[in-house]
Design a protein around this ligand. Structure first.
Ligand code: HEM
Length: 509
């Protein structure tokens, strides 16, 4: 029973936490450590070795090599999730007592990872997306009502309120539990949970806040767990995550034994030409509020596939501001990656943000250009581009190479040494992703279908109702840039304060 609770806890934790929290390496204490990753990748290339305190770390931002590290469906035992406390402990202890590995932090080697993943992924099938849309639309409506009631005079932290919406969507879709975080943005258990999640982001810097948020989150998860268990066997038609989890059995047929959005809103609001195109798209579908049409028709599921330009904006925002900027792995045995021998015990940081920002793979990498996504193959490395192929250099043993940062860097990707590597050659013939905000391979985000639907529905609802103006206190574009903070996830350090001006009262200019 105790172990069953632990599994439940860890799944609930993974599902809820993944929206707002992610593992941080304690020692990366700079709030803009994600930017360092981009600078280092530009200087040292798509793979380099560094040392973080006593940990040997290989940092990867080359898409071919990222795929080699992440796509471990056939060889999950060779590269796995790290279990060292520097990676997931803070996250695990924030939501389970005693700290318990979640679906995110459990290793491939743990038999329950496969069982729980298989069971819960049934909640995210295409058939279930329509239900996800309904939940998302209802919660977006609520959010719009709450933001309208708040008014445009005072700036509102958009980062916080969209998190409330996501929390309600997961509560309802995943566990048939309405936390009402979107109904009342500041009070109630849902809103408090969101505040705890937000404070949780401070955990690397503010021990006291971390402690408070830990206590508060733990009690929320405990209550949810008890509530779900008290419901007993789920009805046949119940497709929630909780229901699938309760039905999950191990290979002997037994119940499991003992055991954000801010970047999209911000980027669109700061690019008037982009905003105009999004508005034109919403208007063409009669979804845009205006003084002439104060109550446009409600968003329908079928509209999602027609919002092509909005979808381009979301992808481009996730390229420049991936919610999870880095993911972590560990070499479980000596192995080759990109022609280098990586010894057992080394850690990998797959730097999603640096991969998404490298000039080597993206034209005008630093610019917000949603149009690039009109090309259906935009997420893949261009196969014909010889520059796109990673070519290893230096000694084959990466730890024998000079270390970047000591002025003698030799590990880079700019000369012509070719090292035979059959797996890499095989990949070259296949499409390799240069954009993977939800991760890749066997540990790819399980909630991606839900996240995609919810991002589109919530952003369409907000943009069709409000015009967003950055509050003066943010210090303009430069101020927002300076406030970027990698602390578990990527977010503006003190929120994203914006005025939300109803379109029904003002012309859409
Ligand atoms: C914009 C929203 C989201 C982003 C950008 C995101 C991103 C990610 C990434 C990058 C990973 C892979 C981590 C790794 O390989 O180490 C991941 C894993 C995961 N995500 Fe998400 N996620 C999002 C929303 C969600 C939602 C809504 C849910 C659930 C309702 C969810 C549940 C999970 C779970 C359970 C895992 C672990 C899967 C496993 O290891 O088997 N995520 N997410």
């Amino acid at each position: 029973m105790v172990m069953q609770i632990m599994v439940m806890q860890s799944v609930i934790q993974a599902l809820i936490v993944s929206v707002a929290l992610y593992a941080a390496i304690k020692d990366l204490t700079r709030k803009d450590t994600h930017k360092c990753g981009i600078e280092h990748a530009a200087k040292h290339g798509g793979i380099y070795f560094t040392q973080i305190v006593h940990l040997n770390v290989v940092v990867i931002s080359d898409p071919h090599l990222a795929a080699e590290v992440l796509d471990r469906t056939k060889t999950p035992h060779m590269i796995d999730k790290p279990t060292e406390p520097q990676f997931y402990k803070m996250m695990d202890e924030g939501t389970a007592d005693p700290p318990t590995p979640s679906l995110i932090s459990t290793t491939n080697a743990d038999p329950y990872w496969k069982i729980v993943r298989k069971g819960t992924s049934r909640a995210f099938t295409v058939n279930n997306l329509r239900a996800a849309f309904e939940v998302s639309r209802n919660m977006s409506k609520r959010l719009v009502t709450a933001v309208k009631a708040y008014g445009a005079a005072k700036p509102l932290d958009l980062d916080a309120v969209v998190q409330n919406q996501a929390f309600d969507v997961i509560g309802e879709f995943g566990f048939s539990k309405d936390y009402e975080a979107t109904k009342d943005l500041w009070k109630g258990s849902g809103a408090k949970a969101c505040m705890a999640l937000k404070n949780g982001r401070m955990l690397a810097y503010q021990a006291e806040k971390h402690q408070q948020s830990k206590v508060s989150l733990l009690s929320i998860f405990k209550d949810l767990l008890q509530e779900v268990q008290a419901r007993g066997s789920p009805a046949e038609e119940d497709n929630s995550i909780a229901a699938h989890l309760m039905r999950t059995r191990d290979d002997k047929g037994q119940p499991i034994p003992d055991v954000r959005i801010w970047s999209e809103m911000y980027l669109i609001s700061q690019h008037s030409e982009v905003e105009a195109k999004v508005l034109a798209e919403l208007e063409s579908l009669q979804l845009l509020a205006s003084p002439q049409l104060p109550s446009p028709r409600p968003l329908e599921y079928a509209d999602l596939s027609k919002l092509t330009y909005l979808s381009c904006c979301i992808k481009e925002s996730m390229r420049l501001y991936p919610v999870v900027p880095m993911i972590f792995r560990k070499a479980m045995c000596d192995q080759r990656v990109g022609g280098y021998v990586i010894p057992k015990g080394a850690f990998f940081i797959v730097h999603i943000m640096a991969t998404h920002s490298t000039e080597r793979h993206w034209e005008r990498a630093a610019d917000f250009l949603p149009e690039r996504w009109l090309d259906p193959n935009c997420e893949y490395v261009r196969p014909v581009d010889p520059k796109s192929r990673y070519v290893p250099t230096g000694p084959a043993d990466i730890f024998a190479a000079d270390k970047p940062g000591n002025g003698k860097t030799t590990v880079n990707s700019s000369n012509g040494h070719i090292v035979a590597d059959s797996r890499a050659a095989h990949r070259q013939e296949h499409k390799v992703k240069r954009w993977f905000p939800y991760g890749e391979g066997n540990r790819q985000c399980i909630g991606m279908p839900l996240a995609r639907v919810n991002l589109q529905a919530s952003i369409a609802s907000l943009l069709s109702t409000f015009r967003f103006k950055l509050a003066d206190e943010m210090g303009g574009v430069e101020g927002v840039r300076m406030s970027e903070c990698y602390n578990i996830t990527l977010a503006p350090e003190k929120g994203l304060m914006m005025h939300c001006i109803p379109r029904a009262n003002h012309a859409n200019t």
